[in-house]
Design a protein around this ligand. Structure first.
Ligand SMILES: NC(=O)c1ccc[n+]([C@@H]2O[C@H](COP(=O)([O-])OP(=O)(O)OC[C@H]3O[C@@H](n4cnc5c(N)ncnc54)[C@H](OP(=O)(O)O)[C@@H]3O)[C@@H](O)[C@H]2O)c1
Length: 429
């Protein structure tokens, strides 16, 4: 059988990883695919950059958009990044020209996946994106193939290694967010501009893709409620620990008769739950299906080797001749979802108020919670310091998030309440 010819656009962390796997595992891949995988074009922004490996055997193309004019190219591998601009143009034009595309670009798939999937389907080619969600964990394959017999009820994920590393370090060392973030940047776990990671946007891109694939709906990034970890304090982590929880940034997508809810937010999860044991830069995806019950996939969510491993897995599928719909079902069956408004989500919550220690304040807080029908499950106040600010911590039973928001807003207007109240959802996984 003819070799599968690929062109790689983007030779950064992931692109170089892909070149290494394909060159080092050339024989293994040939055995597994029944044909060779051959890199026949490469491109990045700067030709002169030292990338630590010898790229001279490969044909350098000055502009990746010219990949589409190389007739012998079967697959375009887009590893540039970004939801717009050159990455989007390259993917779209390649599909239009009838070339298969493999990408690791979650931003592109979350924002334009449906449009691109429609082109792929119309041209009869594959658009594959295993590496876009949870790096080296084959979660797209797991949901699309391994769990395909199930109606999926929910998918939960620790989808951002930077955030998981920061939260783990904060808990283990008692240090503050900004201090640990600096460390993460020095270690290369966080970008110089960490906003996309720490504010939950990166995890939200991945969750939008997972919602689409799990429930057969069009991914809709705009319908996600997103909050990151920058407001989580070391006090919250300490109190969560006293209550038997750890704090994790969770992507949650869940289907019920009310519709599909999807959110990315810090959550308290029971210390003894499987997902709580996933620490540091590791990612995890927890899938709840009607027949298979609950399953947890854990692994490295980023980095050269793990991410390139998923990219090459997609290339292998194409070499083997597998083709399947981008989001698990043909485009015409991909529904517009009924999304549950964030305010209508029902959840238990952890609340921490910094209040002046004087009589009557707790009664005032309790009265407002009662007004919104929010019942308290547990309460902590450590020590007494009359006239000084102290933390009071409560966990609530299930309540509508919209009602909780109104109650918290009213509580924050009490004169003795200092600081913006800290509210973190509790998930009893
Ligand atoms: N890094 C990870 O662990 C990871 C994990 C999962 C998914 N991803 C996704 O994988 C993709 C690549 O990430 P990465 O970490 O490898 O990024 P990266 O290290 O920043 O590399 C990006 C590459 O794109 C090239 N590039 C930038 N603009 C270009 C243009 N206009 N034309 C051609 N090439 C251009 C750069 O060229 P120069 O090198 O010449 O500057 C560089 O080689 C992104 O979509 C990312 O979200 C990454």
């Amino acid at each position: 059988m003819n070799a599968l010819k690929i062109g790689i656009a983007g030779l950064g962390t992931v692109g170089i990883g892909v070149v290494k796997i394909i060159s080092q595992h050339s024989d293994l891949l040939e055995k597994r695919c029944g044909r060779k995988i051959e890199i026949c074009a490469i491109n990045a922004k700067s030709r002169k950059k030292d990338r630590g490996i010898d790229l001279s055997p490969y044909h350098w193309v000055n502009d990746c958009k010219d990949f589409v004019n190389i007739d012998e190219l079967d697959v375009v591998v887009e590893l540039i990044g970004g939801s717009e601009g050159v990455a989007k143009e390259l993917v779209k034009e390649s599909l239009l020209k009838g070339k298969h595309v493999v990408t690791a670009n979650k931003a592109l798939m979350a924002h334009h996946g449906v449009e691109l999937a429609a082109i792929a389907e119309e041209r009869g080619v594959s658009l594959r994106y295993e590496a876009a969600v949870a790096g080296g964990i084959p979660v797209i394959k797991a949901i699309d193939e391994g769990f395909a017999a199930n109606d999926i009820n929910a998918v939960y994920g620790i989808l951002n290694g930077t955030c998981n590393y920061i939260l783990t370090e904060m808990r283990e060392t008692g240090r503050d967010f900004s201090d640990v973030l600096k460390d993460a940047q020095n270690l290369g776990y966080a970008e110089a501009d960490p906003t996309f990671d720490v504010e939950g946007v990166d995890a939200a891109h991945k969750l939008a893709i997972l919602s689409g694939l799990s429930f057969g709906v069009k991914p809709d990034f705009e319908k996600l409620s997103i909050s990151g970890i920058s407001s989580v304090t070391s006090d919250d982590i300490k109190f969560a620990g006293e209550l038997g929880y750890k704090i994790k940034l969770l992507g949650i997508t869940r289907c019920s008769d009310k519709g599909i809810e999807q959110s990315v937010e810090p959550c308290l999860v029971p210390k003894n739950s499987a997902i709580a044991s996933v620490e540091g830069v590791f990612n995890a995806v927890y899938v709840d299906g009607d027949f298979v019950d609950k399953g947890l996939l854990v692994g490295r969510g980023a980095g050269e080797g793990p991410t390139a491993s998923s990219v090459v897995a997609d290339i292998i599928d194409i070499a083997r001749g597998f083709n399947k719909p981008t989001f698990g079902v043909p485009i015409k069956s991909l529904k517009d979802a009924l999304w549950v408004n964030g305010d209508d989500i029902i959840a238990c919550n952890y609340l921490r108020f910094v209040v002046i220690d004087q009589s009557g304040v707790i009664a005032d807080v309790a009265a407002i919670l009662k007004k919104y029908d929010i019942s308290v499950e547990s309460f902590i106040q450590r020590g007494r310091d009359p006239g000084q600010p102290v933390s009071i911590v409560m966990t609530t039973h299930e309540a509508k998030q919209g009602d909780l928001k109104k109650a918290v807003k009213e509580i924050s207007q009490i004169k003795e309440v200092k600081e913006t109240p800290h509210v973190i959802r509790i998930e009893h996984l």
